[in-house]
Design a binder for this molecule. Structure first.
Ligand SMILES: [Zn+2]
Length: 447
């Protein structure tokens, strides 16, 4: 279908039918991205004020925190209260989940689980309005590079091996009505790359979106097999979820011959920032308010997020865990949105398959995240390629469930590497001091 028809007609309608107002949020964001800084700050303050009032009236967790600060009446809730609130830790969310949900939204919440980069899964809720702003902010970042809603797009993503009927219908709809297809990020073998190249050659997407590690390997394959893509090159490559290293960016720019835009966000925190054509990460300041906890002399510290649109399960001063630095320097691109100067964290490793192929850790993490009440996990791959999955959970997992997980993991990896499960009270941080999802001795030995 024509891109303009999707962008102007089908996409907004699709979002409306899903209960989201993404198209309206997108237009609103396009109208505010160049406002004078004072006006942007005034907009943030207005949104924050109404969120604080909502939390006072409808969210017991924050009501208690406000009362602990000596606030007795909604009129006393000024925006300065935000800075006095204690930081919300992930453990707070684990312990107080039911009290963090607004009584106005109990029937309208969307359940998610996250924790992929730390191995400590977390269940939380969002609502359609928050997701609309999140998706709209993503679309806006791409529009800075000329990619409009409705443009042909490929997501290189973790995808299930067995498609049920519902998945198949969704894929058909995404392909033919939204111009979007998903190709698997899990298998980086030459066979899989050749299959993906054939899809890209036919579909010719303007935008390619995915993990930098995986897109980097796609660039390496394209460099070795330029003809497999039939002359196709993307107009924009957008990276997400992991650190984008300079060598990866350089290689992708050289081979794909297009700008590389980095995106930064998470389902719990929201869409936080997107790179502009001048190379700065602009904060989606209409949607999130970012603060730095205990900054060092250079200004770097833990990122604290307040999501201004999350009314279903509000997050006020939520510690996201990444180490960041904010900048107030103006950007040459003309956007007035403030800049996130530096982001550290979110390392990802690969597992190594039996024939030396690389397997993205998302292949296994997705399966572990489905396990209810999982407190922490780590995947360890030894040099002999065997895999140990360490789990922290109050109740043991029945043997039949473990066998089923093992089977799904084998299917995802296209291999039957030995997988064992072990149970622990706690998993200490890795040697680097970080809580990591995966430690692959086999991958480390290769690099
Ligand atoms: Zn800029």
């Amino acid at each position: 279908m024509q891109e303009w028809l999707i962008g102007k007609g089908v996409f907004p309608l699709h979002e409306r039918l899903r209960g989201r107002s993404t198209a309206a949020c997108y237009h609103s964001l396009r109208n505010t991205e160049r406002l004078p800084l004072e006006d942007l700050q005034a907009l943030q303050k207005r949104k924050l004020q109404s969120l604080l009032k909502h939390c006072w009236a409808h969210v017991p967790f924050y009501r208690r925190r406000f009362e602990a600060l000596g606030i007795k009446h909604t009129e006393e809730l000024s925006i300065e209260v935000l800075d006095q609130l204690p930081v919300v830790e992930r453990d707070d969310v684990r312990e107080h989940l039911s009290h963090m949900v607004a009584d106005t939204h109990t029937n309208r919440l969307i359940r998610h689980s996250t924790g992929g980069s730390t191995g400590q899964p977390l269940v939380f809720f969002t609502d359609r309005q928050k997701e609309s702003w999140h998706n709209a902010a993503k679309l806006r970042g791409r529009a800075w590079f000329g990619i409009q809603p409705g443009s042909r797009q490929v997501d290189v993503w973790g995808s299930p091996v067995e498609l049920n009927k519902q998945d198949a219908i969704r894929r058909f709809k995404d392909r033919w009505f939204l111009n979007q297809i998903v190709i698997s990020a899990l298998d980086l073998s030459d066979t899989a790359q050749a299959r993906n190249a054939a899809i890209l050659k036919r579909f010719r997407p303007r935008l390619v979106y995915g993990y930098p590690t995986v897109l980097f390997h796609m660039a390496l394959y394209m460099e070795r097999h330029p003809d497999a893509f039939g002359g196709w090159r993307p107009e924009l490559t957008t990276c997400t979820s992991e650190v984008l290293y300079p060598h990866q960016r350089e290689k992708m720019r050289e081979v794909f011959q297009c700008p590389i835009g980095n995106e930064y966000g998470s389902r719990d925190g929201g869409h936080l920032a997107h790179e502009c054509p001048a190379g700065n990460m602009h904060i989606a300041a209409e949607h999130v308010m970012l603060q730095v906890d205990k900054p060092d002399p250079q200004g770097a510290g833990d990122l604290i997020v307040t999501n201004l649109d999350g009314y279903g399960m509000p997050l006020l001063r939520y510690r996201l865990g990444d180490r960041v630095q904010l900048s107030h320097a103006p950007c040459a691109c003309g956007l007035t949105l403030p800049v996130l100067a530096q982001v550290e964290g979110r390392m990802t490793d690969f597992l190594v398959g039996p024939d030396g192929n690389l397997i993205h850790s998302a292949a296994l993490v997705g399966i572990l995240r489905d396990l209810p009440d999982l407190k922490q996990f780590r995947i360890v791959q030894k040099k002999d390629l065997s895999i140990e999955v360490r789990l922290v959970r109050d109740a043991p997992v029945p043997e039949a469930e473990l066998a089923s997980m093992r089977q799904r993991m084998h299917a995802m990896m296209h291999s039957d590497l030995p997988i064992s499960f072990s149970f622990h009270d706690h998993i200490p941080p890795a040697k680097s001091g970080k809580y990591v999802t995966l430690e692959s001795e086999a991958y480390a030995a290769r690099t």
